[in-house]
Design a binder for this molecule. Structure first.
Ligand code: UDP
Length: 478
């Protein structure tokens, strides 16, 4: 190993939506900037799909992965605790394992990067005299809202969702209460306090914040984070827009997938892909409405199905991709027969990146997780955004109302069922209407800007170089 090379360790919290962006960051730093990378992956169960994704994302980049089993937290919280609370506690308890892993490394890292839920590990960097950064794998609006939350917490009375005016973050587009991330919905909960704490950690414990975003996505929030005096007085540390880092490969063997073979036979941009990320689940009633809406639209579709869940919308978060891979028995009677020629069901999991880059795919009905949205933009595919949990409502507003690359239901799907007629209408409008055509053009322009920003001289490329130079300078000065 080259001893002069900057060595960066990156901590990842459990869950595909957390592991994927960390692997992408590691991959980018290793392949484009030739750094030495170690990923400290705190894992719950690793399903076969997660394992193969891990391999596909790291094989070429020679990244070292240390798996840290997630600690047993069953005696520390209620079994029904929110996913955010579970993650925050899990990552707090995982610090012993993280500390031991760093201590056992033959060559110590120079830099420790903590992901969204591992900011409480930032002080570990001090113990080992490492530089310390946070990686927030999303856009500037989320970062501005989260870092400014400790101020809002003091200034705003009552629940954010009940405010008659939007929340004002200096220099940024105001955020309506209904769009705030899940942990901010109820200020009397533990997950809210965890979220405020994260906001404080990002700005007080780190040397800087890396964000998976780029200039053209939300220029106003990015500029505010970098230059607005009031916001800067809260954020204090440098922020780096280094994205969009997004997956361009699926695990080996995905080509033989039945879905891809079916797509190969369909006309250009004629298929709607329907998937709710790695953890999203719908109620039995909503699944029925969705099935009818798809059927009534008469548009071709591929639908990744998951058994119904009665309450939480992130019911499969810790078990993504696992379970019996059989044709579902929870769809309306006769649906599979009637739609045999129109669509295809993929139980539990499908090679999403391959699908979104397939010439036959012309639309994506997504829960609006940021990895999924970026993959859709990369594929040049407009969306129906169907936010379920986490910060997805914030994403949905950005991509539908502002960037106009998506349509969304009139109701919030996490609160109220979307009826079959509305689904039919949205699908038709996206797949064969004028609105869909315009969105398709806009998403292709966004795809172009996403590509250019990562090229040499692109804004995200330069921002990443700034971050690395800063780390290298500090490394040489000790
Ligand atoms: N994914 C996939 N196949 C599936 C479902 C999900 O490959 O059937 C991948 C998807 O491509 C994305 C990740 O899992 O990279 C999901 O991340 P996202 O941020 O969209 O949502 P989350 O699962 O974190 O809610």
């Amino acid at each position: 190993m080259d001893q002069d090379k900057l060595h960066v360790a990156i901590i990842s919290s459990p869950g595909m939506g957390h592991l994927v962006p960390v692997l992408l960051l590691g991959n980018r730093l290793a392949t484009h900037h030739h750094l030495h990378i170690t990923i400290l992956a705190v894992t719950t169960q690793t399903s076969p799909v997660e394992s193969s994704l891990l391999t596909s994302l790291t094989a070429a980049a020679h990244i070292n992965i240390i798996k840290i089993p997630s600690p047993d937290i069953s005696n520390l919280l209620h079994p029904d605790a929110a996913v955010v609370t579970q993650l925050a506690i899990m990552m707090r308890e995982a610090r012993t394992g993280i500390r031991s892993a760093i201590s056992a490394m033959n060559r110590r890292p120079h830099v420790l990067i903590c992901d969204l839920f591992s900011s409480e590990s930032l002080p570990i960097a001090d113990e080992f005299h490492l530089q310390k950064y946070v990686y927030i794998p999303t856009h500037a609006r989320f970062v501005a809202l989260t870092t400014y939350l400790p101020v809002l917490d003091k200034e705003v009375k009552g629940q954010y969702v009940d405010q008659t005016e939007p929340l004002r973050i200096p220099g940024c587009v105001p955020v309506w209460g209904q769009d705030v991330p899940d942990p901010m919905l109820d200020r009397n909960t533990r997950q809210y306090n965890e979220h405020v704490r994260m906001g404080i950690n990002f700005t007080t414990l780190s040397d800087g914040i890396l964000m998976n975003t780029w200039r053209d996505l939300d220029r106003r929030s990015l500029d505010a984070l970098k230059y607005n005096g009031i916001l800067r007085s809260v954020v204090k540390v440098p922020v780096y827009d280094i994205g969009p880092l997004t997956r361009d490969v699926d695990p080996a063997g995905s080509d033989e997938n039945e879905v891809i073979e079916w797509l190969d036979m369909q006309p250009f941009e004629s298929v709607l892909f329907v998937s709710f990320g790695s953890g999203g689940t719908l109620s039995a009633e909503q699944i029925t409405e969705l099935a009818w809406g798809l059927e009534m639209s008469q548009q071709r579709f591929v639908w990744v199905t998951r058994p119904p869940a009665s309450s939480a919308h992130d019911g499969a978060f810790f078990t993504s991709g696992s379970g019996p891979n059989k044709q579902p028995d929870f769809l309306p009677k006769g649906f599979l027969d009637r739609t045999r020629k129109q669509g295809l069901i993929a139980p539990l999991w499908a090679p999403q990146v391959k699908i979104l880059n397939h010439r036959s795919v012309g639309g994506f009905l997504t829960h609006c997780g940021l990895n999924s949205v970026y993959e859709s933009i990369r594929g040049g595919v407009p969306m129906i955004v169907w936010p379920l949990y986490a910060e997805q409502r914030l994403n949905a507003t950005l991509f539908s109302e502002e960037l106009e690359v998506a349509v969304r239901p009139a109701v919030l799907p996490a609160e109220k069922e979307v009826g079959r007629e509305e689904i039919e209408k949205m699908v038709r409008s996206l797949m064969e209407g004028e609105e869909g055509k315009m969105m398709r053009e806009k998403v292709k322009l966004l795809r172009q800007s996403a590509k250019e920003t990562l090229m040499i001289n692109g804004s995200s490329y330069k921002s990443m170089c700034e971050f690395i130079s800063c780390c290298e300078m500090k490394m040489k000065s000790v």
